[in-house]
Design a protein. Structure first.
Length: 379
């Protein structure tokens, strides 16, 4: 089967899921064509079954805004024709499902067609998709998809509440390849960040306002008053300034917070951490929490969106209402001050991550492709 994957190339969750999915399919022998404006961050282009098609946006003095969506739909149309793709898989409604619909219309003019799967990832539904500038186009392109998938039950519920969707939405959760976590050398690498008697809190995100970095910082401030702790923050984004502002107001914490930006060896750093913090305002699934659990790191989070489907209260970590920094700080202190509890939760976190293993989720995507193709041929 030849699959066209349309996705954001950046470090965000939707791009990561799309890339990991495509690479796993390619390893199984599928021919996978990525179409995006840049090479996806984690894409291993050395696999002969993987192709990358860069969308070039031709600039022109008359354009105030560069027409990416037009260039994208033209590229989808060309790749489908040139490489005889069997199915298109759009990750994120804007602009991918929308541009794929336009490409399908171009193909229909020539008596051809291709089935379209759209995977909803979160803020395309709950945030940006709600804006009047995009709402109708988002609803339209979701309804024009042959198959719709969502990454959690919670996102499915939100989509049905916020839009008028005429088709069934199939839930296929985020996944993780547990075989990528290797436990060698974590002790020696840990020394680079913390002393033996110090605990490590970690937060990984694109530092958008929905991630509530101010809560992460406040939790850390409360915890380190009771327990010797340091905080690692991984990622870059618009709320970086809030961290700098916090450090200006709390100069005594400067040496205790390490800002690592974007890193290549994320999994290694997660493995040497003690607790992952995810106090998000919105989170359709929380891939970052799953990555932490796969590294045997328990999660203290908000109960936003799909997080409770991944982080189980009192088992793999703790959850509190969005913004309840006090509760999250207390949970953190409780966990870090009880070695036995911490060890148990680390084990539980890993067990939970195994349920979302690639081995279990990849077949669901394969079945979904097969069913989509079957009903497309019939219709
Ligand atoms: O969380 C982000 O800011 C990135 C975002 C994206 O759209 O790329 O991630 C979303 O998709 C991920 C993969 O399906 C989910 O695990 C994240 O929970 C979801 N983020 C939000 O809903 C805020």
């Amino acid at each position: 089967m030849k699959i066209g994957i349309l996705c954001y190339p950046t470090y965000g969750g939707s791009g990561i899921v799309a890339t990991e999915l495509g690479m796993s399919l390619a390893k199984k022998g599928y021919e996978v064509h990525f179409i995006s404006n840049n090479l996806p961050a984690r894409l291993d282009i050395t696999n002969p079954n993987i192709f990358f098609h860069k969308v070039n946006v031709q600039t022109y003095p008359l354009f105030q805004y560069q027409p990416y969506d037009i260039a994208l739909s033209s590229m989808i149309y060309r790749v489908v024709n040139l490489y005889k793709l069997d199915i298109l898989h759009a990750h994120y409604a804007i602009p991918y499902a929308y541009a794929a619909f336009t490409a399908k219309q171009m193909l229909k003019e020539e008596g051809k067609d291709i089935p379209l799967v759209t995977t909803l990832h979160g803020t395309d539904i709950t945030l940006v998709g709600q804006h009047p500038s995009y709402r109708h186009a988002v609803e339209f392109s979701i309804n024009q998809s042959d198959t719709i998938t969502s990454v959690s039950e919670s996102l499915k519920k939100d989509t049905l509440k916020l839009f008028s969707i005429k088709k069934e939405i199939k839930v296929i959760t985020n996944f993780i390849d547990n075989s990528e976590f290797d436990y060698n050398n974590t002790a020696c690498q840990r020394m680079q960040f913390a002393s033996d008697d110090e605990k490590i809190l970690i937060h990984v995100s694109n530092l958008r306002p929905v991630k509530r970095i101010e809560d992460v910082l406040e939790i850390f401030r409360n915890v380190q008053k009771k327990i010797k702790t340091m905080l690692i923050i991984i990622g870059e984004g618009p709320d970086m300034e809030k961290i700098n502002g916090f450090l200006e107001e709390n100069p005594e914490l400067i040496g205790k917070i390490r800002l690592l930006g974007k890193v290549n060896d994320l999994y290694k750093i997660l493995q040497l951490s003690d607790v992952f913090l995810l106090p998000s305002e919105q989170e359709s699934f929380g891939l970052a929490a799953l990555e932490a659990m796969a590294a045997s790191t328990p999660v203290i989070s908000s109960n936003a969106g799909g997080i409770p489907e991944v982080n189980i209260q009192g088992e793999t970590g703790y959850l509190a209402e969005i913004g309840n920094v006090e509760a999250m700080s207390n949970y953190c202190i409780k966990l870090l001050s009880n070695e036995e509890l911490l060890l148990k939760m680390k084990r539980n976190a890993k067990e939970q991550a195994l349920k979302f293993d690639l081995k279990n989720i990849l077949p669901l995507y394969e079945e979904m492709y097969a069913e989509t193709l079957k009903s497309f041929v019939r219709s």
